[in-house]
Design a protein around this ligand. Structure first.
Ligand code: P61
Length: 461
């Protein structure tokens, strides 16, 4: 039987976009210091910088906005959100935050607890998580499976932990010096790659053996659950919600940037299974850092939209289309010979720029150069996930060489059509066909923390 996979929605409101002429794009990119983060969005035609807070809300979310209770304390909208989050996670304690990093800045220092020489181990820390680990005085260690770095070959769960390495690291650093194990689902930095339940279970077993806390960094936990449904034996007939619950059962804490699988433009969550003491500490520190514990930096209306979005993201029709759309772009690029992280992950297509521009060394940021070329080609704004984003070693100050140099084409949820993705594919293919002409970039200005957001670059002569 033929499968029909058109979007499970139709468009009721439009936001005009336009492609400015090539000469104007050249000026815009130069003024932006060859850093797409510094472009004005009006100079961008198709914006694939991020899927974070950039999606379209449903009519039900917009309607819910109008019912927001803006009380400073005890907002009705908070209690609604709390109920939804408890129902999805099965956890006891819910604290809202303004976004993912707001949740991180409150929760991670509590786990470090002022101790010296602490570490977090993750399959892969995303950059804000790494930054907050370091700000809390700890160090972030990644321990993903080797297969993740081989972009060409299929592996169903490229986000998995390397279990042997995990246990080795715990013993090497000693369990007392591990502040927690962070399960990033899906694994953003490696391509939105999923982690299997089998792997999460094994991580939990190791954590229990050494009495360690497990934390889910679950910005895209529902996308992860979808891949488990699709690829892991025994889960085909389970709902995304049921699988998500199995994921949550394996952790003690859930930190969420709700701007992704919360289908909202803003929002974050700290959710704690049963540790009342940790909850009390987080509730204490949320006040000076984010806001009163029943709003945590969100307006009442934001909490309303999030309560609805969290439920919509678990819908199978929504999620099937979401993943299909990302795959569609990936397939087009692969067919044209453009090297990508394969299989395609949940939220983006990651193009392997080490293969496209082997003539550009890591400290001249090959993927950044490809991103800039794609912008010049068709006004498409991708983002670099490579050595530019990774930054410097906090101890030595040296540029860290990223194991992968990736250009991320991040697909906002329910926002672009297949026709937009065709333009993106054509632009990338054109840049790929002219790849010898690409040149590296170097710093004009480099900020101290999360440098890729505000750095200014210049092409290397
Ligand atoms: C993204 F260019 N992600 O992927 P916040 N955990 C995880 C994330 O993916 C994440 C956060 C925590 C973004 C936004 C972003 O250099 C960048 O709500 C797995 O963004 O605070 C965010 O959540 C933090 C884009 C972040 C970047 C940093 O596009």
């Amino acid at each position: 039987m033929k499968k029909y996979v058109a979007p499970p929605y139709r468009i009721k409101m439009v936001e005009p976009i336009r492609l400015i002429p090539r000469e104007e794009r050249e000026i815009a990119l130069k003024n932006a210091g060859y850093n797409p983060f510094q472009l004005r969005s009006e100079d961008v035609y198709i914006d694939l910088l991020t899927d974070s807070g950039t999606g379209a809300m449903s009519q039900y979310q917009w309607a819910a906005l109008m019912t927001g209770d803006e009380s400073y304390a005890g907002s009705r909208s908070f209690y609604k959100l709390e109920e939804v989050v408890k129902d999805i996670t099965g956890y006891n304690y819910v604290i809202p935050a303004h976004q993912g990093r707001g949740a991180e800045q409150v929760a991670l220092p509590q786990l470090v607890d002022g101790k010296e020489g602490m570490h977090f181990i993750s399959n892969m820390h995303f950059d804000t998580t790494r930054a907050h680990v370091e700000i809390a005085g700890a160090r972030a260690i990644d321990c993903v499976i080797e297969e993740c770095f081989d972009t060409e070959n299929f592996h169903p769960f490229k986000g998995n932990f390397d279990l042997v390495l995990l246990e080795k690291l715990i013993n090497e650093k000693t369990p007392e010096k591990i502040a927690g194990i962070i399960m990033t689902i899906t694994n953003n930095s490696a391509g939105g790659q999923p982690v299997s339940l089998e792997n999460l279970r094994a991580v939990k077993k190791i954590a229990d053996k050494y009495n360690l806390t497990t934390i889910i960094d679950g910005a895209r936990y529902a996308e992860n659950a979808f891949f488990i449904k699709e690829r892991e034996e025994g889960y085909a007939d389970k709902s995304i919600k049921e699988i998500a619950r199995e994921q949550f059962d394996l952790a003690d804490i859930f930190l969420m940037s709700a701007k992704k699988d919360g289908l909202s433009n803003i929002g974050g969550l700290i959710v704690i299974k049963e540790d009342e003491e940790l909850f009390t500490k987080c509730r204490t520190f949320i006040v000076p850092l984010e806001g009163f514990p029943t709003y945590g930096g969100l307006a009442g209306r934001d909490m309303e939209a999030l309560s609805v979005g969290l439920v919509e993201a678990l819908d199978i029709d929504y999620m099937t289309h979401r993943i299909e759309q990302v795959r569609y772009l990936g397939d087009k690029l692969r067919e044209a010979g453009v090297p990508i992280q394969y299989p395609v992950g949940g939220h983006a297509v990651f193009v392997d720029c080490k293969k496209i521009a082997p003539h550009i060394p890591y400290h001249q940021f090959p993927a950044q150069s490809v991103c800039n070329a794609v912008y010049l080609e068709a006004g498409v704004r991708p983002v670099e996930i490579g050595s530019f984003l990774l930054g410097r070693d906090p101890d030595t100050g040296k540029n860290i060489e990223s194991p992968m140099e990736l250009m991320r084409l991040t697909i906002p949820r329910r926002t672009y059509t297949y026709a937009h993705l065709d333009v993106v594919a054509d632009a990338c293919i054109e840049v790929y066909n002219n790849r010898e002409a690409l040149v590296g970039v170097d710093f004009d200005y480099e900020p101290q923390v999360l440098r890729h957001f505000t750095a200014k670059l210049k092409p290397v002569k």
